[in-house]
Structures are given as structure tokens and as C-alpha cells.
Write a protein that binds this ligand. Structure first.
Ligand code: SF4
Ligand code: SF4
Length: 703
């Protein structure tokens, strides 16, 4: 036996061992994922196949980052090429001969050489970024990246050594290449590089369709609390298999943290740490994040013991996840959108919130006040039913069946049901948006109705605040209301209403409708843009430069970016794009119920308002009443606002300015446009929470 043969045998034994370790570890990971609750992800097969080619093979999401994205993509493509080349090498060194990459496939080995060079280049770029530049979102506690970059570099170098050196030296480089490559294979399933296996599956089996639809909970289910059953989630055992795959797949890239408005304004919440801490917990390792340290301290203070409690059943909130962080989330979806491996942080976080509210009954005092207001007066401010009637009288709505705005009669048929919403009925500033909408609808002769004072809140805020009971009550009431008339389009001026009506309400249609709503839900901008595109506007207002702030719920949640922009331009404005726009837009800070709570400073709205001020545009267009309130306040807190005030206006108000008012209603611009820089809100705006305080979501409201 030659020394060569001895080396060959040793290497063969090692490779078999490494493969065995790899399969054992993959089986462990698969068992953890399979233990999750069922979740069907077999819909839209063609689209999923498309995702495999674009997102997985084409690395489209990863490449959204220019430098790091391309460096990662090069390494990924290099790995694919190397996989074939390594099998060929195994053949050559194990069996002998030339392997299968010669003849017609002779072009392949030189191609691998090129990729080896590109991989080395990618490694240098990533190493400089991670260890020299060290952006904040990449400062993490793990040294796995250094280990992995080194291993990949050695794989590329040993390949080149085997190819370009001669004789025994070449062969030993070949053996070295195989040993390192197979060692890496064994290492992958337990390291953060599990994403090599998990990310493609996660991408292909991601939630498609009704993005961020929250499932209706069975609140009548008889739960065995003694056995650990709960309405919301508080332990790994509650997770679906998709959530388990999610947390294992995280590559710790920090893109979610970088996009998060809560983190950007110094809150404890970091979606990166949230996921990584869950991952470490699932692996039985102490979670390393700052928020986890806070959670552990809370748990230690509780005096509870985990002796004998299986990992799957250990509590998450205030043990692995600090409860404070659950409330800091604005549900803006920026983290989900930024994640290159399709992790859905938000659905896990909201289910933990549900646990806090439904099972523990631990509710932030400001939220409790909103819930109580809703129960007692039917609105989150606590103003009472009479306020709706007052607003409707101001808008000129009479009895049902009366003149415009016409209140629908039971059984009536019409094209569009204009959902005025809580804001449009209760908040004086947003009543101006309602007025503008009515002017536009009347101008185009749309066959529309409103529901008058029978509307109850759509419930979106309650749902994301964890109050499923209140949400379901409102949803059932509203679905009964919708069923009392017949219409094709439900039109809203609030993206939060759009999200729940269009998606979440599907769980409240009669059983025989099989989850299909009997109407389509559209934003006022979609409806009006169709009208303007087809029939034009009678005039153009001289609006000058107008910046547009994307609502998270229209934008990231529903891909509604274009109609608002088109209308701003059609209304006579020069559209100014803010630095962070469209799916990279920055939240106003109100979502997820945060409008109703006192926010620590600096506030999210200040961060966004500073960007608006930088744009230099004297007008900011929004498409959401929450954004309107938050940014009006955020702008006033900006240095230089007095000298250069920015007026915040709903997109539909800009359109209405180009339409002459009917006689008797007042010609010219809508009231909201009259006094640039001045707050037109009145009493609701003075006391937005209805609790006597002059702040909501940290807003200071001026009379
Ligand atoms: S949804 Fe928004 S606020 Fe919440 S964790 Fe994600 S990025 Fe942060
Ligand atoms: S959750 Fe996604 S974006 Fe966040 S660190 Fe992990 S892989 Fe990166």
C-alpha cells in the first residue's frame, strides 16, 4: 500500500464520518421543524417555482444590497459550481481517471477557477465590511462569520492549488479540499449557515397572497390551561413549523434591525435580536441579545423555576423576549421586507402580544383605556355615538336615502360603499379628508353611499394590540352591516381599514362563501386614480413641490405605491421622493397601537419628520390619518419648522383642490389647505386619546 493509498483511505473514512454527522444534524433540525403546528404552504405552485428561480437561484433579495448583496450572491453561485466540481474531484481521487468534467464539459473546470477567484473577492469584501467597517447592525456576539469566511476561503484556495500545482502536491491539495468541504458540510446544520439549507425552503414556502393577514382565533375553544394550552403564543410548542424554520434560517445579517424604526429611535426592540435570541433559545443556548438579558432579569425577579420544564414548554415572554419590546413594535413590516431569507418576525411577535393580552391580561394602561373607550362609547377616543351624528350633520348627510352624502337604505344596491371610518367621523382634521373625498365622488357622479352612524371601528388596531375579542366583535358587526346592502367596492381612506377589510375579514364571511369577500376593498386613491385617468381633472391647483410619505399598510402590506404618487402629480404637484420611500419607506410610528401610547424620546415621527424637512418640500402628502396626526406633530418638533412650515395633507385633498366646490359648500381648496403650516385640527386633535392628556403616541397637540 503506497502512502497515497493510506491517505486516500483516511480521507475516505473522514468523509463518510462527516457525511454521517451532516445527516444526523439535518435530521435533528428537521425533527425540530416538524414538531411545529401545521401550516399549509402548498398554494400558488407556479409562483413558488418562480420564486425558486428568482429569489433562490437569482439571489434577487440578497442582491438588493449592492456591495454585500453581490458578494453574498457570488459566494452562493460559487458554491453551486463548487458542488459539482467537488463531486468530480471525489471521483478522480477516489476512483481515478479524469472524472466526468472533461470532453464536452471541459469548459467547466476553468469556470470553477473563475468562481474561486470571485469567491475570494467576495470574502475579502465581506470581511472588510464585517470586521473593519463594522456597521452597527453587524456587531453581533458570534464569531461564526469569521470561521465560515475562513473555511470558504480555504475551499477556494485548495481548489486552485489542486488545479494549478503538479504531482503529489496537487493531490494533497485535492484531499485537503475534500476534507475542508465535507467538514463544512457537517458544520452547516448547527451553525448560522443552516440558511444554506433553510433559506431556499423558507423562500419557496413563504406566505404568499394575503400578506400579514392575521388568523382568526377560536375564542370559544375549551382550552386546557393546566396542560399549557393558551390563546396566544408563549412557548416554542405554540409555533407553527414555518416559524420554527424561520428562526433557524436567520443569517444574522442585521438588515431587519437597520430597517426597524423602533431600533432606529433607541428602543430596546431589535427584530434581529428578537429572532436570534429565539434561535439560541431553541438550540438550548443562552440568548445573547440585549433584550434577552432584560427578559432574563425579569424572569429571575419573578421567582419562577424552570426545573423539569422542557425547552419546548419554557416561557418566552419575559424569559427570552422582553415584554417591553412587544409593545415597541409599530407593526410596520420593515423587518419582514428587509430580510433576505424571508423571515416573518411580525407574525411571531403579534402572537406573543396576543398571549400577553388574552392569557396573562397584562395590558399597557394606555391600551386598556382605548379598549375601555371602545367598549363603552364605540370609539377609541371615548367620545360617544353622538359625535358621529354631529360630523354627519356637518357634512350635510341627512336621513338614510337623503341627498349627498347619501346614507344607504337597508337592501339598497349601489356601486361604492364609502367607509368613512373612525378618523373620518371623529377627528376634525380627518373630517376634512372625508369632505374632500365626498367632493371628488360627487364631481365624478360616483354611485356611492355611506353607512352613516351605524359604522363601528374596523378593529385593526385592537387586533394588532392583541385584543382579539374586541376585533372579532367589531368584525362580525361590520360584516352584518355590509350584508344589509349590496355593493361592489368598499372604499376606504385609511390603510389600516384596507388591510383588515381586504384580508382579515375573509375569516368572517359565511361558510359557503369559502373565504371570498362579496366585494372588493380599494383605497380612495385607487378609485379616484381610475376616475382621473379616464376622465381627467377639471383643473390643476398650484401645489408646488409635494413630498409623499408611504403608509406601511398601503405600501409594504399591500403593494400600493403608484396610485398615490400619480394623484399627487395629477393634482398639479411636483412629486418629491423622500430618501426612504416605497417598500423602504419609514414608519410614522403610529402602527400596532403605538398611536395610543406614550412613546419614549426620540420619537419615530421625529426621525421621519426630519427627513421630510430635509426634502425642502413645503407640503407633505399622506394617505393615512395616523400618518397625518403623527407627522403633523413630528414636524412641529423640528428645528426650523416655524420658518419653513410643512403642511400635511391627505392625497385626496390635493385632488379635491383641483375640483370646484359645488355652490353653497365653499369654492376653492378644502379647508385643510387654507392656512399653510397651521393645525386645522380642533377638539379631537386637542385630546386625541380622550383622556384629558394632550398627547397621543407622544404627540403634542396644539390648539
Ligand atoms: S414591524 Fe417594524 S417596528 Fe416591528 S420589529 Fe419589524 S421593523 Fe421593527
Ligand atoms: S431576521 Fe433576516 S434580516 Fe434579520 S438578521 Fe436574520 S436574516 Fe438578517
Amino acid at each position: 500500500m503506497t502512502s497515497h493509498d493510506v491517505v486516500r483511505v483516511i480521507v475516505a473514512v473522514y468523509l463518510i464520518g462527516a457525511l454521517a454527522v451532516f445527516f444526523r444534524r439535518v435530521a435533528d433540525r428537521a425533527a425540530f421543524i416538524r414538531a411545529g403546528k401545521p401550516e399549509d404552504r402548498t398554494d400558488q405552485l407556479a409562483r413558488r417555482i418562480g420564486i425558486f428561480f428568482t429569489e433562490v437561484l437569482g439571489q434577487t433579495k440578497v442582491r438588493r444590497r449592492l456591495t454585500a448583496g453581490w458578494a453574498h450572491a457570488l459566494i452562493f453561485w460559487g458554491f453551486l459550481v463548487f458542488a459539482l466540481s467537488t463531486v468530480n474531484l471525489l471521483w478522480r481521487l477516489g476512483v481515478g481517471g479524469e472524472g466526468f468534467l472533461h470532453g464536452a464539459l471541459g469548459w467547466f473546470p476553468p469556470t470553477v477557477d473563475v468562481f474561486a477567484g470571485l469567491i475570494l473577492l467576495g470574502i475579502v469584501v465581506l470581511a472588510i465590511r464585517r470586521f473593519v467597517i463594522r456597521p452597527e447592525y453587524l456587531t453581533y456576539h458570534s464569531n461564526e462569520s469569521a470561521v465560515v469566511l475562513t473555511i470558504i476561503g480555504v475551499i477556494a484556495l485548495t481548489h486552485l492549488g489542486e488545479r494549478y500545482l503538479a504531482g503529489d502536491v496537487s493531490a494533497y491539495f485535492g484531499y485537503g479540499h475534500l476534507v475542508v468541504a465535507f467538514s463544512f458540510l457537517a458544520y452547516v446544520p448547527t451553525s448560522k449557515h443552516f440558511h444554506i439549507l433553510g433559506a431556499p425552503v423558507n423562500a419557496v414556502l413563504q406566505q404568499l397572497g394575503d400578506h400579514q393577514k392575521m388568523d382568526a382565533m377560536d375564542l370559544e375553544a375549551e382550552l386546557d390551561f393546566e396542560a399549557g394550552e393558551s390563546y396566544g403564543w408563549n412557548k416554542l410548542r405554540d409555533f407553527a413549523w414555518t416559524d420554527r424554520l424561520n428562526i433557524l434560517t436567520c443569517i444574522e445579517c442585521g438588515r431587519c434591525q437597520e430597517a426597524c424604526p423602533a431600533h432606529a429611535t433607541g428602543k430596546l426592540l431589535s427584530p434581529r435580536d428578537f429572532i436570534i435570541d429565539l434561535k439560541y433559545h431553541a438550540k438550548g443556548v443562552t440568548p445573547p441579545g440585549n433584550q434577552a438579558a432584560v427578559a432574563r432579569a425579569a424572569f429571575a425577579g419573578s421567582g419562577e423555576s424552570l426545573e423539569g420544564v422542557a425547552l419546548e414548554d419554557q416561557p418566552l415572554v419575559d424569559h427570552v423576549v422582553a415584554s417591553q419590546t412587544l409593545w415597541e413594535c409599530t407593526s410596520c413590516m420593515a423587518c419582514v421586507n428587509a430580510c433576505p431569507v424571508d423571515i416573518d418576525h411580525l407574525s411571531i411577535l403579534l402572537n406573543l402580544r396576543r398571549y400577553q393580552v388574552l392569557d396573562v391580561g397584562e395590558i399597557e394602561p394606555e391600551y386598556q383605556r382605548v379598549f375601555t373607550n371602545m367598549e363603552r362609547s364605540g370609539d377609541p377616543w371615548g367620545y360617544g355615538e353622538h359625535r358621529k351624528a354631529e360630523t354627519l350633520a356637518k357634512l350635510g348627510a341627512g336621513e338614510a336615502g337623503g341627498p349627498s352624502p347619501r346614507v344607504a337604505l337597508p337592501g339598497e344596491e349601489f356601486d361604492v360603499l364609502f367607509w368613512v371610518g373612525c378618523w373620518g367621523l371623529y377627528d376634525d382634521r380627518s373630517v376634512e379628508t372625508t369632505r374632500a373625498t365626498l367632493r371628488v365622488l360627487d364631481h365624478y357622479g360616483v354611485d356611492y353611499r355611506i353607512l352613516g352612524d351605524t359604522e363601528v371601528c374596523c378593529g385593526e388596531n385592537y387586533r394588532r394590540m392583541g385584543n382579539e375579542l374586541q376585533f372579532q366583535m367589531n368584525a362580525q358587526t361590520n360584516m352584518e352591516l355590509f350584508g344589509s346592502v349590496a355593493f361592489g367596492t368598499l372604499m376606504v381612506t385609511n390603510p389600516h381599514c384596507h388591510q383588515v377589510f381586504g384580508k382579515d375579514y375573509k375569516d368572517f364571511v359565511p361558510e359557503d362563501a369559502q373565504g371570498v369577500l362579496p366585494f372588493q376593498v380599494r383605497s380612495v386613491e385607487e378609485v379616484v386614480w381610475d376616475l382621473v385617468r379616464e376622465r381627467g381633472l377639471p383643473g390643476k391647483a398650484d401645489l408646488g413641490q409635494v413630498a409623499y410619505h408611504d403608509s406601511c399598510f398601503y405600501g409594504r402590506y399591500n403593494d400600493l405605491f403608484a396610485p398615490q404618487r400619480e394623484l399627487v402629480k395629477a393634482g398639479g404637484a411636483e412629486l418629491v421622493e423622500l430618501g426612504r420611500n416605497k417598500d423602504n419607506g419609514f414608519c410614522c410610528g403610529a402602527g400596532g397601537g403605538n398611536f395610543w401610547r406614550e412613546e419614549s424620546e426620540p420619537r419615530v415621527s421625529w426621525n421621519r419628520a426630519a427627513e421630510v424637512m430635509e426634502s425642502g418640500a413645503p407640503t407633505l402628502a399622506v394617505s393615512c390619518p395616523f400618518c397625518m396626526a403623527m407627522l403633523e406633530d413630528g414636524l412641529k418638533a423640528q428645528e426650523g419648522f416655524e420658518a419653513n412650515p410643512v403642511k400635511v395633507r391627505h392625497v385626496v385633498e390635493l385632488v379635491a383642490d383641483a375640483i370646484p366646490a359645488p355652490a353653497g359648500v365653499g369654492a376653492g381648496p378644502t379647508q385643510a389647505a387654507d392656512v399653510p403650516g397651521e393645525d386645522t385640527g380642533a377638539d379631537v386633535a386637542d385630546d386625541p386619546r380622550g383622556d384629558g392628556a394632550t398627547e397621543a403616541g407622544g404627540n403634542t397637540w396644539e390648539a
